[in-house]
Design a protein around this ligand. Structure first.
Ligand code: PLP
Length: 407
């Protein structure tokens, strides 16, 4: 008889955003006259930058003519995009990343979810808590964990992010093999300094481990001292893979384009101790299971790197950061300690009480949706995430309502 992958039965029954949607839908059904403002889910609200729209139109016209029509492209991405990324995102910041070390994809969610399959099944994992749920769930599916006991999977070293460490975890005292780090962080909005990242690179080098560095929100970094890439840290090329996405940089959540950097100097061992380039494995996986991002979408992504594209995407991220500043200031005025919002589009509010209780309070009294921290892990309890992705008008209205509800 056909059988299932039983690792899936270890996954927690429902997904965080489904739980939130259920409560919000119930509220809306019971209170149709009270409009709800959503500062919960991390999706952008502003339209694509005009340079991207122009590039999409032009590329669509190319697809309409026999002479310029494109069928399958290179699975790893067109050279024009890989070269633009290598130049603008890396060389311009002093990082040595070659275009053929960049793999263009249709999203960082897939990339951070898929990457684990090129590594051994019995690896020791280090994963932050709270965390973007994809890192944990994809390893559960792959069988790298035991059961979920009291909200935590057996077999994971959880990197606790708490007020005590300002939500940036220190390296663990035990050895691990595959380490997930995300800065600017979702959900906390925390960023890591050069010294903090250097400690992680050092730890990975000593333990012959690999860091999976998710920098989906790097475009929000405004502090010039904060690294935008793990490759700004010396030695990181030998121990780190980096994920980047155009989703939050340029409003591509519905357009879909991202990339993963796998340096050719990154090695991992087989059971006999012989080392293999990880780049070759990821190239094999990517070309076997993925057939490339649509040509017009890659053209739209490349447009971001023009001077005008840089101005427009900067204006877009500045806009959301303006919202974030308002949220952070309002929560501070209400007496809550919070972080994030200055180099990230998320504000992590220390509510000092149960996070679902606080979620219900904001929903019922202010008709504002936030995200309960407990949904991101045990250490998320006592916190909520407020997202800056909304119109200015909605953010201002939400903050007025929150102030009235909590006073
Ligand atoms: C930390 C983090 N990584 C990756 C992603 C996914 O990005 P993409 O839209 O490229 O799949 C998100 C999306 O919210 C995220 O928060």
């Amino acid at each position: 008889m056909i059988r299932i992958n039983e690792n899936y039965t270890k996954l927690k029954a429902s997904y965080l955003f489904a739980d939130i949607a259920r409560r919000v839908n119930a509220f809306v059904a019971a209170n149709p006259a009270k409009p709800v403002i959503r500062l919960g889910i991390g999706d952008v609200t502003e339209p694509l930058p005009p340079v991207c729209v122009d590039a999409l139109h032009a590329a669509t016209d190319e697809m309409s003519r026999r002479a310029t029509f494109k069928g399958y492209g290179p699975e790893q991405g067109y050279a024009f995009l890989r070269e633009a990324i290598a130049q603008h995102d890396y060389a311009a910041r002093g990082c040595v990343i070659e275009p053929d070390e960049i793999f263009v994809s249709d999203g960082s969610k897939c990339d951070c979810g898929n990457i684990q399959e090129i590594f051994a099944a019995d690896l020791r994992l280090a994963i932050p808590d709270p965390v973007y749920p994809v890192y944990v769930d994809t390893n559960v599916m792959a069988g790298r964990t035991g059961a979920n006991v009291d909200g935590r999977y057996e077999g994971i070293t959880y990197l606790e992010c708490t007020p005590a460490n300002h939500y940036v975890p220190a390296v663990p005292s035990v050895a691990t093999d595959l380490i997930y780090l995300c800065f600017p962080n979702n959900p906390t909005g925390a960023v890591a300094t050069k010294a903090q990242l250097a400690a992680w690179v050092d730890y990975a080098r000593k333990n012959r481990a690999i860091i999976l560095f998710d920098s989906a929100y790097e475009a929000y970094i405004r502090d010039p001292q904060i690294p935008r890439s793990i490759y700004e840290i010396e030695g990181a090329r030998d121990v780190a893979i980096e994920f980047r996405s155009f989703s939050k940089t340029a409003g591509f959540t519905g357009t879909r384009c991202a990339y993963t950097v796998v340096p050719k100097t990154l090695m991992a061992a087989d059971a006999a101790g012989q080392t293999h380039p990880v780049h070759a494995l990821w190239n094999r996986r990517h070309t076997t299971k993925f057939n490339g991002v649509a040509y017009p979408i890659q053209k739209a992504a490349a447009a971001i790197f023009s001077d005008e594209g840089q101005r427009q995407t900067r204006a877009l991220t500045d806009f959301y950061l303006g919202n974030a500043k308002l949220v952070r200031e309002a929560m501070t005025q209400l007496g809550f300690a919070s972080i994030g919002g200055d180099n990230a589009p998320y504000i992590w509010v220390n509510t000092g009480r149960d996070s679902w209780e606080f979620f219900d309070l904001l929903l019922n009294r202010a008709q504002v949706v936030c995200t309960p921290g407990a949904g991101f892990g045990k250490c998320g309890e006592g916190h909520v995430r407020i997202s800056a992705f909304n119109s200015r008008e909605n953010v201002e209205a939400a903050l007025t309502r929150i102030a009235a509800a909590l006073r």
